[in-house]
Design a protein around this ligand. Structure first.
Ligand code: SF4
Length: 386
């Protein structure tokens, strides 16, 4: 009986189940599109989130928020966003800053390529667009670190342009709305089409923000709050009772773990040797304590000695263990095995890094370090106190 009711309801939603070969625009009646738009906008006017960047129409501020939100949650982003705008209140201020300053303000937010790209793109805007944020979708997408979703988010929020978006929240909501029978990764073109068809051209700013909010506060990844959802009547996943099973995902291989030997190298003057990574790639431009990956069958002290010889061309004596730090990046885990080391001989050279410096322990806070290294600094300070 329940199944019969479900079938009856499904035919009434007007939303068809989507497979990889369907054309979205042909399958959504205009009456359903209108209803989806108006119910979502009504819900947003009452339940939408009040976020700092939504109080602004400055494309620079909105762009900063969009980039910060790419891989980070709202509550983590807010203090960073405020600090960033205090430090770099305008696009010009960002463009003329040193990369080290930019990385320092970003420190702790992770995915540092985002900060480097913001910096580079600000310089591109100054040189190619006279310092004015471009208003053309193609020009925005061509900026470093800006994809179609980010560009759509900026242009709709800053200029109320009808540019669609497809971030993680929107993908999840859409996959459930149409009961997408394949993983979202394999239906990207169709989801973009759906996003374009549904976007309300009369209210693009509010509409894009509304469904980001719907995904972030109601259509949650694990336990969607369907009883509070303005799209419940139209949602095929809800009607079929499969909302927690969607979106479908591809099975991922387990995340590998890398064992790393790390050296805190002291000289006779009580200074510590740090190095700056090459500008591109993971953690590019950040400072770190030197070290590297443990080879099969190698002990941690042997690894540290070898890495320091290869990276900096010096001899060291590996001493006591300072700390072991576990950290997870998007595609792998690392375990940093950190040892105190004594500089014995040789002049350090920047062989596999960009720059090296002997610094005082008290000066470490003025350099941008990745999050995992901050625990090493804390351990060093605690050691100094005890
Ligand atoms: S009804 Fe539930 S599953 Fe469907 S869109 Fe709303 S919250 Fe998501």
């Amino acid at each position: 009986m329940r199944q019969q009711n479900k079938r009856a309801s499904l035919s009434q939603t007007g939303v068809s189940e989507l497979t990889s070969t369907d054309s979205v625009s042909d399958r959504l009646p205009s009456s359903v599109i209108s209803a989806l738009r108006s119910t979502l906008l009504n819900w947003y006017s009452e339940q939408g989130r009040d976020l700092p960047w939504r109080r602004s129409r400055d494309p620079y501020a909105i762009w900063v928020s969009e980039i910060m939100l790419q891989q980070t949650q709202v509550k983590t982003v807010i203090p960073y966003y405020d600090r960033w705008l205090t430090q770099f209140p305008t696009l010009q201020a960002l463009a003329s800053a040193e990369q080290q300053q930019v990385l320092k303000v970003w420190q702790g937010l992770g995915y540092y390529a985002r900060a480097r790209n913001l910096h580079r793109a600000a310089q591109e805007i100054v040189s190619k667009h006279n310092g004015n944020f471009p208003t053309d979708l193609k020009a925005v997408i061509s900026l470093s670190g800006v994809g179609r979703t980010t560009a759509g988010g900026i242009l709709s929020a800053a200029f109320d342009q009808p540019t669609s978006i497809l971030d993680g929240n929107v993908k999840r909501v859409l996959a459930r709305l149409v009961a997408l029978a394949i993983p979202t990764k394999r239906a990207i073109a169709h989801l973009w089409q759906l996003s374009e068809v549904l976007l309300d051209p009369a209210h693009p700013r509010d509409f894009n923000q509304a469904w980001m909010d719907l995904g972030a506060t109601v259509c949650l990844p694990r336990n969607p709050l369907c009883d509070r959802c303005p799209w419940q009547t139209y949602c095929r996943a809800y009607i079929q009772g499969i909302q927690t099973e969607l979106p479908m995902t591809e099975t991922r291989p387990p995340i590998p773990r890398k064992m790393i030997g790390v050296a805190v190298i002291w000289n006779d003057a009580g200074q510590i040797l740090i190095d700056r990574r090459k500008p591109e790639g993971l953690l590019g431009g950040m400072w770190e304590f030197p070290g590297g990956k443990v080879e099969p069958g190698e002990t941690i002290p042997a690894c540290i000695q070898r890495e320091i010889q290869e990276e900096l061309g010096i001899e060291i004596e590996v001493g006591d263990r300072l700390i072991v730090v576990d950290h997870t990046y998007s595609h792998f885990h690392v375990t940093l095995n950190v040892h105190h080391c004594k500089h014995l001989s040789g002049e350090p050279q920047a062989i596999e890094c960009d720059e090296i410096r002997w610094v005082e322990l008290t000066d470490l806070d003025s350099y941008p370090f990745p999050k995992a290294n901050l625990q090493i600094i804390e351990a060093l300070k605690r050691g100094k106190e005890s």
